[in-house]
Design a protein around this ligand. Structure first.
Ligand code: SF4
Length: 329
């Protein structure tokens, strides 16, 4: 059964500073600060759906820095959610916040209101990159917060970004290595986008920042996904679902970004086999698990065309194994 989140977005309030890339209004499409009634309405709407399943439904406070908002408001929002947890309407509450928004007291409060999972926006584990992007915290804050969250028995999630101002592919790979060392349960990867009204947009307009191209974003993110897959860490989100078109300036956004990364992984796996087995150029049969043919073919047949450009004329078939295999046709 698929897990689903009832998302309540908490905008900027609470953020002590504005990160270089952040314009929450553009991302969430919401400016209003939620109140108890909004939380109740959001839950009631989802539970009225015929496919709703209590055991797999969580309330999620996302968007801003949840634990940095006024404590009275935080408790007002949590208390509504906790009533639904207590009467088993939902299975738990997740929140996202900044690494410097975590301490023992805050964790005790979250525990008391039935919060089960905490996601930290760490974005980079390089202090120079964090400083350049006006994050207002250091890598050490991520390490301390992650350790406290795990020690208190919460599920830990970490979010990272690629293509940040002052960062590089190597830097993002190092960030992923440091995240793996903190062994979170889940990870989200967001390529940096230039949004209107941000410091990054100013840098971009002055020619001081170039975002990743879509190709660079897909290539790096697919490598990161392979690292997390090897470390058995579940990546639950790749790229933003939506951005408001009038707030988007530049960057590697695509509605099928996650799918493009999955396809790139399939391409990499085929290339690895071809290289290892010194497969001669010509016709190939590629076998993939059920439901994965489109990932192998790629968006607009990109993988098939790429392999054709290397001299491999490929046909893709499903088989009842979880592995990918290649046969000379
Ligand atoms: S902490 Fe998060 S929500 Fe707050 S400004 Fe930075 S990116 Fe935006």
């Amino acid at each position: 059964m698929r897990h689903s989140n009832i998302s309540v977005f908490v905008p900027h309030i609470g953020c002590p500073n504005r990160c270089s890339f952040c314009n929450q209004n553009t991302i969430t499409g919401q400016v209003k600060v939620p109140n108890a009634n909004d939380v109740e309405a959001a839950v009631k709407e989802v539970i009225s759906h015929p496919n709703y399943d209590a055991k797999n439904t969580q309330l999620a406070f996302f968007g801003g820095s949840f634990t940095k908002i006024d404590k009275a408001l935080m408790e007002e929002l949590l208390s509504v959610g906790y009533e639904f947890v207590k009467n088993k309407t939902i299975s738990g509450i997740r929140i996202s916040t900044r690494p410097d928004g975590i301490d023992e007291d805050i964790l005790n409060t979250l525990k008391a209101y039935g919060v089960t999972a905490i996601e930290l926006g760490c974005q980079s584990m390089n202090d120079k990159v964090l400083g350049l992007n006006r994050r207002g915290h250091k890598a050490e804050d991520v390490k301390k917060a992650a350790a406290l969250i795990k020690a208190k028995g919460f599920e830990l999630g970490l979010q990272m970004m690629t293509g940040l101002y002052g960062d590089s592919d190597e830097g993002a790979i190092n960030t992923a290595k440091e995240i793996i060392a903190l062994s979170p349960k889940t990870v989200r990867i967001y390529p940096t986008l230039v949004l209107k009204g941000t410091y990054l947009a100013e840098l971009y307009e002055r020619g001081e920042y170039s975002p990743q191209s879509l190709e660079e974003g897909v290539e790096l993110t697919s490598n990161l996904l392979l690292m997390f897959e090897k470390a058995k860490i579940n990546v639950i989100r790749v790229g933003l679902h939506t951005v408001e078109s009038d707030g988007f300036v530049a960057g590697p956004w695509h509605p099928a970004f996650g799918e493009m990364c999955q396809s790139r992984i399939y391409r990499k796996k085929v290339l690895e086999i071809i290289e290892k087995e010194k497969t001669p150029k010509g016709k190939l049969k590629i076998f993939v698990p059920f439901g994965c043919v489109s990932k192998m073919i790629g968006v607009k047949k990109s993988n098939i065309e790429f392999l054709a450009s290397m001299g491999y004329n490929c046909k893709v078939y499903e088989h009842n194994k979880m592995t990918l295999s290649v046969m000379v046709d």
